[in-house]
Each structure stands twice: as C-alpha cells, then as structure tokens.
Design a protein around this ligand. Structure first.
Ligand SMILES: NC(=O)c1ccc[n+]([C@@H]2O[C@H](COP(=O)([O-])OP(=O)(O)OC[C@H]3O[C@@H](n4cnc5c(N)ncnc54)[C@H](OP(=O)(O)O)[C@@H]3O)[C@@H](O)[C@H]2O)c1
Length: 306
C-alpha cells in the first residue's frame, strides 16, 4: 500500500515508518522541519515538509503522495508538562487535532479518498463513573469545566470526523519507549511528580513499538471505528508511578494530600491520580489480531528505562 504518515518524524512516527516499510508498504512521511528530511529518508520513506495547520500545504503534500491510506500522528506536546494549564500546554496539539484533522480529511476527499487512521487517546480519560476499565463502547470523559476540556473536545473531534469518513481512531494509552516519557521522567527525577492521596486512579500504557504495530494492522485492514491500543495491565498510579521511578533510577515519588495537589497542580492532576479510568485492549486483539511485544508496562519500563 502507499501510506502517508502525517507526523512521521515524531516519537511514534519514527517507530511506525520502519514497520510499514518492513511490511512492504511505500511510505511518504512528513515533518515541519527540513532538517529532519534526511532522517525520514533513512527510515525508508519519501520525506516531505508539511504544515498540518496550513490547508494548502496539507493539500499539496497529500496530492503528491497518491496514498491508499493516511495516518494522522501530528502532535506538539513536548516541553515541560503543565497539567494545571493543560489548555495552554496542549494549544497547538488541540489545533492539530481539530484544524489539522479537517485539513487532512478535506485533502483526502479531494485526492482519491484514502482510508484514514488517526491518533486518539485512551490513558486515564475514560468516563469517571462505574468500573475502572473501559471498552470502546464507553464514552471518554470530557472533563467539563477544567483546563482539560478543550483538549478532550479536540480528541472527540478527531474520533467523530475520522469515523464519519469511514476511518479508525486509535486510543493509544500513555506512550513509552525511546523519547516518549523523557518529560515525565525529568519531573520524576526532580521528585516533582508525587503520588496524590491514595493514588487509586487508573492509567493504561503502551510501548511505542506495540502502538506502531496496532497502527500497521489498522492500516492494512482498513479498520473502521474506535480501538483501544493499550497494554494488558491497566494499573493505579500507586503501582505504576513508584515502579516507573525505580526503573528510571529516581528516588521514590513523594506523597501529597489531595488538597495540596489540587492547589499545586490543579483539578485535572487530582482527577487523573485519584479517579482516572483506563482501558481494555480486547477489541484490538480480537478484531485486528494484535499481539503485544510488551504485554505489561512492568516489563516495558524495566527494559526501556532500566
Ligand atoms: N498517548 C500519549 O501518551 C502521547 C501521544 C503523543 C505524544 N506523547 C508524548 O509527547 C511527547 C512528544 O510528543 P510531541 O507531540 O511533542 O512530539 P513528536 O512526537 O515529535 O511530534 C509528533 C509529530 O507531529 C509533527 N508536528 C508538530 N507540529 C506540526 C505541524 N504544525 N504540522 C505538521 N506536523 C506537525 C511533528 O513534526 P516535526 O518533525 O515538525 O516536529 C512530529 O512528526 C512525548 O513525550 C510523547 O510520547 C504522548
């Protein structure tokens, strides 16, 4: 297949492009940065510069690729995590998920209607009622009235528009693997990522290589609908955070009461750490035939950060 990877130079794109190439696909991958074109070519892709927020730039890149499939992996999250002001931290990413998605879908419709697979999010953001583990039939939590709301709406926009176009939205768990957790690990090493109260909120994780593997399957099978792309072991923060710190060679995380965390890091951080709802991967395994190389973050953190 001819596959166009918007955001091919990112932490996930860099693992996805080689997997696609290895499976015999012809890949066009994008970056906004000319200096990364060589790296994309080394991974085996045709490389193009594209600004996902510029409709004309997207149209030109998609037109030139003659793609059977488009994969949307454009985000701009790197930098110091600022969960208290998530709207500002995620401002560009939110635009890439709204305007960027619209530009890609419009270009797709104009140039042969390739199938679309897009990055969504399924880490700690399941609806905060009922059980701790959510399926694709459960809604995501929009975190109304918090600084996370605009980002959660942007994720909903990706899912709704891509599904309406007959594509698939992949709810990746917390990504880890080369380069993916550097910003969090920096905070953990400075002991600025504490446990909050009982820290009984759940998260789902997934290694970059497994996330890329599920993405290849969704492309090849022209999957439609939502898929949770997470590992086998959703876990509360009280379990994964001390283990992540240990694997990263950091001191154990501090523990702060809920009211202190609310004051310092805001409502979203408290919700994530104490009310988060994680995700089940049963559908991706069943329907896509997805097999994980890292079924648990326990093995993955130890190998990646140890
Ligand atoms: N589910 C998750 O847990 C999740 C999801 C996403 C990211 N993250 C984390 O966030 C951090 C880094 O992610 P990141 O999003 O900053 O960097 P990234 O992975 O380097 O970026 C993703 C891709 O988006 C592209 N991009 C950025 N702005 C664009 C624009 N205006 N138009 C077109 N493409 C654009 C980048 O291209 P350039 O070559 O131009 O930079 C890159 O190819 C990592 O810690 C990562 O794991 C986590």
């Amino acid at each position: 297949m001819r596959v166009f990877v918007a955001g091919g130079s990112g932490v996930l794109g860099r693992r996805l492009v080689p997997q696609l190439v290895e499976r015999g696909h012809q890949v066009t991958a994008t970056t906004t940065d000319e200096s990364k074109l060589g790296m994309l070519k080394e991974l085996g892709a045709d490389a193009v510069v594209m600004d996902g927020l510029d409709a004309a730039s997207v149209d030109e890149a998609v037109a030139g690729a003659h793609a059977d499939a488009i994969v949307h992996q454009m985000t701009a999250i790197a930098g110091k995590p600022d969960i208290k002001h998530m709207d500002k931290w995620f401002a560009t990413t939110n635009r890439l998920r709204t305007e960027g998605t619209d530009h890609l879908l419009a270009a797709a419709a104009r140039h042969g209607s390739p199938h679309v697979v897009a990055q969504s999010y399924g880490n700690w953001n399941g609806i905060r009622e009922g059980g701790w583990i959510k399926t694709e039939d459960d809604p995501l939590d929009l975190f109304e009235g918090t600084p996370a709301n605009v980002g959660m709406r942007a994720i909903a926009h990706v899912e709704e528009s891509v599904l309406a176009a007959g594509g698939a939205a992949l709810r990746y768990g917390g990504l880890y693997g080369p380069g993916a957790t550097d910003d969090q690990v920096t905070l953990i090493r400075k002991r600025q990522f504490p446990l909050v109260g009982r820290s009984n909120g759940y998260s789902s994780w997934v290694h970059l290589d497994d996330a890329a593997g599920a993405t290849v399957l969704a492309v090849e099978q022209q999957a439609r609908g939502v898929y949770n792309v997470v590992d086998d072991e959703p876990a509360p923060a009280s379990e994964w955070l001390p283990y992540l710190a240990k694997c990263a060679g950091a001191k154990p995380p501090m523990r702060v009461p809920v009211w202190v965390a609310r004051l310092m890091a805001g409502d979203v951080a408290v919700a994530m750490m104490t009310e988060g709802r994680a995700f089940s991967n049963a559908k991706a395994k069943r329907e896509l035939g997805w097999r994980l190389r890292y079924p648990s973050w326990r093995q993955g953190f130890a190998e990646d950060l140890g």
